[in-house]
Ligand binder design. Structure first.
Ligand SMILES: [Zn+2]
Ligand SMILES: [Zn+2]
Length: 176
């Protein structure tokens, strides 16, 4: 996985074209509709909202990540033909190399604004200072953030088509 912090967000942070702008000046509204920035919580997976441990987010020998191991495995277990950020097709040469580098999520998202937005969302979850963005609400109506996980839209369903989802969700609950 590429280092979204160093490779993208640190560059945007210092870019006068980006600093002080609001999310909807920087990105098209449908990015925020697909992956709502304002619903991303620090310390939680950007795709399903699951709380992540420090080790999961900042593994010692790897780049930081804001996607939990479960979502990451699900996403990287198959070829991604549609960019999860904008919903448009990925170029064929990108899709083709995914098999060689399945864990490189940068191959599964368009370059440019799509990767920038993904990186911004990731760094918010990682707890970075995102104050270089003027208005982080992303043009959403004033909505109360709740801690109820059920209200978090599960973005993984948009990224991994439902016909590829396992029939039985792997959520083992111990019954007493
Ligand atoms: Zn997740
Ligand atoms: Zn895209």
């Amino acid at each position: 996985m590429c280092d979204v912090r160093e490779e993208y967000v640190d560059i945007m942070r210092n870019d006068p074209e980006v600093r002080g702008k609001s999310l909807n000046q920087l990105f098209p509204q449908h990015f925020m509709d697909r992956l709502p920035y304002h619903k991303i919580k620090v310390g939680c997976c950007i795709l399903d909202g699951r709380p992540m441990s420090r080790d999961e987010m900042e593994p010692d020998d790897k780049t930081p990540r804001a996607i939990c191991p479960e979502c990451y495995a699900k996403w990287t277990s198959q070829v991604t033909e549609i960019c999860p950020i904008c919903g448009e097709s990925l170029p064929y040469d990108r899709v083709e190399v995914q098999q060689d580098e399945p864990y490189e999520v940068a191959l599964r998202i368009h370059d440019g604004k799509c990767l920038d937005y993904f990186s911004i969302c990731s760094c918010k979850a990682l707890g970075d200072d995102m104050s270089f963005i003027a208005d982080e609400t992303g043009h959403q109506p004033q909505e109360q953030l709740t801690d109820r996980k059920s209200e978090f839209p599960s973005q993984i369903d948009k990224i991994v088509p439902s016909d590829h989802m396992p029939v039985q969700p792997k959520r083992v609950k111990v019954k007493r």
